[in-house]
Ligand binder design. Structure first.
Ligand SMILES: CC(C)(COP(=O)(O)OP(=O)(O)OC[C@H]1O[C@@H](n2cnc3c(N)ncnc32)[C@H](O)[C@@H]1OP(=O)(O)O)[C@@H](O)C(=O)NCCC(=O)NCCS
Length: 126
């Protein structure tokens, strides 16, 4: 795993008490939704319109996220198919009062560009 995150995050947010699981740790589903949002932002820009998540591969939780952590999501377009886009996403945490950052998750999301009726369409519009 890299020791430093990429330069510019796609999304940056703060893990709040409402995002915890019953044990009081940050809920993995919350983190996955932030990753989906970051990938979706890249998909919308790439497809110039609506898209939907069709698959998530290689989801890994490397370390826990704590309440109050600043969480940065880095989404990187790695492949464009006819209707699909593969986007690699990493999440990194930083304690509020520290410069230290740690990678906490990674996964590859596949989005499909869709029409208004929800059917697949070509990403490049051809
Ligand atoms: C997105 C959707 C419209 C696509 O339906 P479809 O046209 O029958 O899908 P296809 O099987 O033709 O696949 C479309 C693309 O996705 C790719 N794909 C399909 N299943 C995949 C999988 N499991 N992993 C990776 N890519 C996949 C195909 O290779 C194809 O890519 P390409 O056009 O670039 O070659 C449909 O699957 C759907 O509505 N899914 C639900 C989406 C959703 O609600 N997401 C939010 C979940 S809460």
């Amino acid at each position: 795993m890299p020791e430093q995150p990429p330069v510019n995050p796609t999304i940056r947010t703060i893990a709040m008490p409402a995002d915890t699981n019953p044990a009081g740790d940050i809920f993995g589903g919350w983190l996955m939704s932030q990753m989906d949002l970051a990938a979706g932002s890249i998909a919308a820009l790439t497809a110039r319109g609506r898209s939907a998540t069709i698959a998530v591969e290689g989801m890994k939780f490397h370390r826990p996220v704590k309440v109050g952590d600043e969480v940065s999501l880095y989404a990187d377009l790695i492949h464009v198919g006819r209707t699909s886009m593969r986007i690699h996403v990493e999440a990194w945490r930083r304690e509020r009062d520290s410069d230290d950052t740690q990678q906490v998750t990674e996964a590859t999301f596949t989005f499909v560009a869709i029409n208004e009726d929800g059917s697949a369409r070509a990403v490049r519009g051809d």
